[in-house]
Design a protein around this ligand. Structure first.
Ligand code: FES
Length: 147
């Protein structure tokens, strides 16, 4: 069996929603504790809290690119609440899986989305529970990744 699914290879070779949004409503930048790679996510949000546009930039590996590309496709047009419910596991499933040692790469996309939403809340002065946005420590990250 090939190491990477066709969907992973497709999103790696032709990533969707790459770039930046100059007048973004929220920007999230996170680093991957395991490898040091970086991801930046931009979101545009309308008055109904629908994410009308989303883009990402990354200094990350192919798996990070593929998961971010898929995550942005799954989030675009959804509400903030729906975006926050999107887990890295759901994104990995949508890509027909990743090798176990690459699962940690998919966490980068999820965390960048959360960081962008937090930035949006901060800019708009919308109240939120900080517990929902605290960064995961190493142990939680491993649990999250299942490795
Ligand atoms: Fe760093 Fe994949 S190895 S994000």
């Amino acid at each position: 069996m090939a190491l990477y699914s066709e969907k992973v290879m497709d999103h790696f070779r032709n990533p969707r929603n790459v770039g930046q949004i100059d007048d973004a409503d929220g920007i999230g930048e996170v680093g991957n504790a395991k490898c040091g790679d970086i991801m930046r996510m931009y979101i545009k949000v309308d008055d109904d809290q629908v994410i009308t546009d989303i883009k990402f930039n990354t200094f990350g590996c192919g798996s990070a690119i593929a998961t971010s590309s898929m995550a942005t496709e799954m989030i675009k047009g959804k509400t903030i609440d729906q975006a926050l419910e999107l887990s890295n596991k759901a994104v990995v499933e949508a890509l027909d899986g990743l090798p176990t040692h690459k699962i940690h790469c998919s966490v980068l996309a999820e965390q960048a989305v959360r960081a962008a939403v937090k930035d949006y809340y901060d800019r708009k002065g919308i109240a939120y529970n900080p517990e929902d946005f605290r960064e995961m420590d190493d142990e939680e990250l491993h649990e999250h990744c299942g490795v």
